[in-house]
Ligand binder design. Structure first.
Ligand code: NDP
Ligand code: MG
Length: 395
């Protein structure tokens, strides 16, 4: 059997490196075709020297030049490409079988969509792409015969509990139970939320992730984005999705059926499990993740969502029930607000305030074309920046 050729978009990130860890366990099944990054030359250089991909892509053009020079010096014959054209090329290239979409944020939209357009097996971690362009994205997958496998752990769990995610096997589903740990600030006294630092917000109790998604977990914006993601992936409506807090993150989500059955997927909180599931599907692959020890686990608890502590979730629910432009505004405002928080320009509690202000100014429209999606995104980003400078000036 020939090796499956894999492209990893966002190879230097948390999901990207976990993907490489799983691939490294199966050299007889997979070959690394292309690895990409934004501007981290040293990290991508190291990966190229270890995995010897055919292509390496850096979005940043001068970083690409630096990488090419260093690879040549070290006699590595990986070809370096640059910019979003380079990312789209390795996502859609004829030789490629599987694409892991693990760029963070809206920056991943174009290349994820290029993989869908080219009919690839698409392992989607980049949830923001789906939040921004859900209808267009799912239509592109269908029209081009791409195979979309969810990598976000909750959606991967739901996919497994839905008998392989297929709507025709989802007969009798009464509800999707989307679990979330509640993040690192679940029990912090409410009056201390204002003073939360970036490092505190990024100290997730169960998962090790990039800084953007870590802040999203602390605000629970992540769960809200996942609600929108689930709506598109499983062709359902937000009223059929319930968020349940489960602080131990042992259950990664559940599906409830009309006969009273509830199916859950359990495991240690480690992204290598959903990644191996996506890579191997419909077969199972070793992932390197330790077997779950239920006795050591000791307890599994569940709580309702605290809506006072986590106002971002209601904003996401509003977007999930509205036309596409609202989700684009939501995502764009969140990306700008999180970045400003990480740069200590605004407070932790300002994040939902910025998002709400942008949503108040976002016109509700359908967004069937890429051009329209990008225009709404650009507009919302500039409104978010305005809102942030107002907040900063007022203090
Ligand atoms: P990281 O921040 O760890 O990694 C992001 C990757 O994207 C890096 O390779 C980075 O390159 C690259 N990148 C960043 N900006 C750009 C850009 N403008 N253009 C091209 N490439 C870019 O993120 P995570 O791995 O944590 O998350 C990736 C995606 O997966 C997100 O959408 C997240 O929501 C989703 N996800 C992550 C989970 C996790 O456990 N981490 C769990 C579930 C979903 P460079 O190194 O050069 O900056
Ligand atoms: Mg998740």
């Amino acid at each position: 059997m020939s090796l499956q050729q894999v492209t990893i978009l966002g190879a230097t990130g948390s999901v990207g490196t976990s993907t490489l860890d799983v691939l490294a366990l199966h050299p007889s099944k997979f070959s690394v075709f292309a690895l990409t990054a934004n501007d981290n030359v040293l990290a991508l250089l190291e990966l190229c020297l270890r995995f010897r991909p055919i292509f390496a892509v850096m979005r940043d053009k001068s970083a690409a030049q630096a990488l090419a020079a260093e690879l040549e010096r070290q006699r590595c014959d990986t070809t370096v490409l640059a910019g979003s054209e380079g990312l789209c090329h390795v996502a859609s290239c004829e030789e490629v079988d599987t694409v892991m979409a693990a760029i963070v944020g809206a920056a991943g939209l174009e290349s994820s969509l290029a993989a869908a357009q080219a009919g690839k097996r698409l392992l989607l971690a980049n949830k923001e792409a789906l939040v921004m362009s859900g209808a267009l994205f799912m239509e592109t997958v269908r029209k081009n015969g791409a195979q979309l496998l969810p990598i976000d752990s909750e959606h991967n769990a739901i996919f497994q509990c839905l008998a392989n995610g297929s709507p025709e096997h989802a007969d009798g589903v009464s509800k999707i139970l989307l679990t979330g740990s509640g993040g690192p600030l679940r029990t912090l006294p409410l009056d201390q939320l204002d003073a939360v630092t970036p490092d505190q917000a990024c100290a997730h109790p169960n998962w090790e992730m990039g800084r953007k998604i870590s802040v999203d977990s602390a605000t629970m914006m992540n769960k809200g984005l996942e609600l929108i993601e689930a709506k598109w992936l499983f062709d359902t409506t937000p009223d059929k999705i319930e968020i349940v807090i489960h602080p131990q993150s042992t259950i990664h989500s559940m599906v409830q059926y009309v006969d009273g059955s509830v199916l859950a997927q359990l495991g240690n909180p480690d992204m290598r499990t959903p990644i191996a599931h996506g890579l191997g599907w419909p077969r199972r692959l070793e992932s390197g993740v330790e077997a779950l020890d239920l006795i050591a686990q000791n307890q599994m608890t569940f709580e309702p969502l605290d809506r006072v502590r986590f106002p971002a979730v209601a904003l996401c629910e509003h977007a999930a029930n509205a036309q596409g432009s609202i989700s684009i505004g939501l995502n764009a405002a969140n990306e700008i607000a999180v970045d400003s928080f990480l740069h200590e320009l605004i407070r932790f509690t300002d994040i939902p305030i910025v998002i709400e202000a942008v949503l108040d100014q976002t016109e509700e429209t359908q967004t069937p074309t890429m051009e329209h999606i990008l225009a709404v995104d650009t507009e919302a980003r500039s409104k978010a920046r305005e809102q942030i400078s107002k907040l900063v000036k007022s203090r």
